[in-house]
Design a protein around this ligand. Structure first.
Ligand code: AMP
Ligand code: MG
Length: 338
């Protein structure tokens, strides 16, 4: 793989034009979005797509989300767009919602992980939108982390993972949402949530009945077909063993006391901090705060050398379901109910 002297750039017009030129020459760049940082490349160029998979070490059958900056791009890449997709685009785009639609041939199979569908979204980040519109083409942009590691929510996270593997990263500050987009598909008259995110079941059911795919909360077995291929991989994991502890604070404290060893850390809500007797980090109080802080805390656990981590379980509604879904995967589905 090519070695690069990775440049960490500000978000000036000059940096943006420089990155647009690189992308149009088939390179891949770290860019901010409102969800997590993306590793952006020309979605229509198989050589650029190859570089994305190589830099991340991503399994080839894990499809990339294609990012657009205007509605006409949607019509260029999807061959059938139901009315409900237009309604949702009106209400949630630009924003953290990815719609899976049948793809046109212009999207190479490398981008769609061999599927005849493609996940599409219009991000709500002015830098990302500028880059896509100046490139004048849709950009594939999976999370800009090494496959399996926690997703990056700052330019520094991207640099730590991809230094030397890509030519540049644009620093747009910390991501507002902090977890990846909600991924949905359409069937009959329903919306199926394949991956939960900031746009929640509650938000979507105003427009059509919503089904939560089994893969959101349950482990998909080797021989089962995953409707959302990314959900079958171990993901978001720090080096430590992670456990999700579902119970009240008193029971949580007792459980940790009985299982405490050298290298044990807890991750709790801010409001628990003064009531916890063990080394701990906090990840906010509301589900929105949990979402914004989760991946940064997972990375910090590695930095402090945590060996075992007990997380207080987030709420499971709204964006809380997305936090729970990511934690389940970080924990290899180890949930302890107290
Ligand atoms: P990432 O780019 O790392 O956020 O991962 C994108 C995820 O979106 C994939 O791992 C899939 O789970 C999902 N996805 C993307 N495209 C499709 C598709 N065509 N069909 C189903 N799921 C998709
Ligand atoms: Mg990812």
């Amino acid at each position: 793989m090519a070695l690069y002297n990775t440049r960490l750039l500000g978000n000036s017009e000059e940096s943006i034009s420089y990155c647009v030129e690189l992308i149009n020459n088939g390179e891949v760049i770290g860019i901010p979005t409102e969800t997590v940082y993306g590793l952006a490349g020309d979605a229509l160029n198989p050589a650029a797509i190859y570089k994305i998979f190589e830099a991340k070490g991503r399994p080839q059958d894990n499809p990339l989300i294609v990012h657009i900056s205007k509605m006409s791009m949607l019509e260029e890449i999807a061959c059938y767009i139901p009315d409900i997709a237009y309604t949702l685009a009106d209400n949630f785009w630009p924003g953290p919602l990815t719609m899976v639609l049948p793809k046109k041939d212009i999207i190479p199979l490398q981008t769609s992980g061999g599927l005849d569908t493609v996940g599409i979204r219009m991000p709500a980040n002015s830098i990302a939108l500028k880059i896509i519109s100046q490139c004048k083409k849709p950009l594939a942009a999976p999370s800009a982390n090494i496959s399996g590691a926690p997703s990056p929510t700052t330019a520094k996270h991207v640099y730590n993972d991809l230094n030397g593997k890509i030519p540049a990263i644009i620093d747009g500050g910390a991501c507002m949402v902090g977890v990846e987009s909600t991924v949905i598909s359409f069937e009959d008259n329903s919306i199926r949530i394949l991956r939960p995110g900031m746009i929640s079941e509650e938000d979507l059911k105003k427009y059509a009945p919503v089904i939560i795919d089994k893969g959101v909360n349950e482990k998909i077995h080797e021989n089962e077909k995953a409707l959302s291929p990314g959900m079958k991989y171990k993901h978001y994991s720090p080096k430590a063993e992670v456990y999700v502890i579902d119970g009240e604070l008193v029971a949580f404290n007792n459980y940790v006391r009985n299982n405490f060893e050298e290298g044990t850390f807890c991750v709790v809500f801010d409001k628990d901090s003064s009531l916890i007797d063990f080394p701990h980090l906090t990840y906010g109080n509301s589900s929105e705060e949990n979402a914004r802080q989760l991946f940064d805390k997972l990375r910090e656990l590695d930095d402090i050398g945590a060996k075992t981590v007990y997380f207080r379980c987030p709420l499971k509604d709204g964006v809380g379901l997305a936090v729970y879904n990511r934690l389940l995967r970080a924990a290899g589905f180890e949930v302890i109910k107290l």
